[in-house]
Design a protein around this ligand. Structure first.
Ligand SMILES: [Zn+2]
Length: 291
């Protein structure tokens, strides 16, 4: 697999490459704008040029994937919020295209006071419009729906939710799924042993199709199987455990797939020294790869 982590773009997106290199990333996940703000500064020709130079310098880091803003909720029953979310999502996809980034992942959304089916229909409406609106501006960008833990009214917890969304958008070739280990586990799908992993993957294949998985988020889970709580833990320190991740990194079907950590960046050791946890978590993952 192409293992990596979420890297800060503070100071400019191109700066993420150096950080990714220092952490030992083979690929990386970035935000192209503040993830908790609606507005974004427009991308300049200079931004793109600096990005290209860094990409050439750190050409071993690929692919890069974007995570869209957490504010976006295209499942919202509120029309004004839906439209605002839609425009923000479209902007995110076009920003990824400006940097020639091939993947973007977003959270499908929460249905709030409505119901699941209405929320899923809102997401489908957004996907269909998005694919049409970005057909020319971002043809190279694959848009991935993330598997979710199912906190509150979050959609994407059940594999069937994602299948319905993909079906609604006619299984468009620019769509995909981002498989988040913590979320899938918290949603109730076991991946801890070779047998339960095989069973969950077979279920995913039957309901969605494994070929729709384009990328992974590798996070252990602070909460137990089926808790529907989305709290990421360091690799091996949570309820999934190292053997769960061994199932993924040794599965030849994912040999070329990117997998990104979204775990806390630092911890303190017993002496109070700061440990770079991306370096540590990547080390733990690589140690699981069987020759
Ligand atoms: Zn994730």
């Amino acid at each position: 697999m192409r293992l990596g982590a979420h890297m800060s773009a503070a100071g400019g997106l191109y700066e993420a490459f150096k950080r990714g290199n220092d952490a030992g990333c083979d690929s990386m996940l970035v935000f192209t704008k503040s993830n908790r703000q609606w507005a974004a500064k427009p991308i300049t020709a200079e931004d793109v040029e600096k990005y290209r130079q860094a990409q050439a310098q750190y050409s071993h880091i690929f692919p890069v994937a974007v995570h869209a803003s957490y504010l976006i909720n295209v499942a919202s029953p509120d029309e004004a919020l839906w439209e605002k979310s839609y425009q923000a999502l479209r902007d995110e996809v076009e920003r990824a295209a400006a940097f020639d980034i091939p993947l973007i992942t977003f959270h499908p959304g929460s249905y709030m006071e409505g119901d699941e089916a209405t929320g899923i229909a809102q997401i489908v409406r957004a996907l269909r419009r998005l694919l049409a609106d970005t057909a020319v501006s971002a043809p190279q960008v694959t848009i991935c729906l993330e598997t979710m833990a199912g906190q509150g009214t979050n959609l994407g917890r059940a594999f069937s939710h994602l299948a319905t969304m993909l079906d609604g958008a006619e299984r468009h070739e620019r769509l995909g799924v981002c498989f988040d280990t913590c979320h899938v586990f918290a949603a109730g799908y076991d991946i801890r042993t070779p047998a339960t992993y095989a069973q969950t993957m077979a279920e995913f294949d039957g309901v969605i199709g494994l070929e729709w998985i384009k990328c992974f988020h590798f996070n252990d889970s602070q909460h137990e199987l089926g808790s529907r709580k989305d709290r990421h833990e360091h690799i091996g320190d949570g309820h999934i455990g190292r053997e769960g991740f061994a199932n993924f990194v040794n599965d030849s079907r994912w040999a070329d797939h990117p997998a990104h950590l979204e775990t806390p960046k630092t911890e303190k050791d017993a002496e109070g020294n700061e440990i770079d946890m991306d370096v540590e978590n990547l080390k733990r993952l690589r140690a699981l790869i069987r020759a």
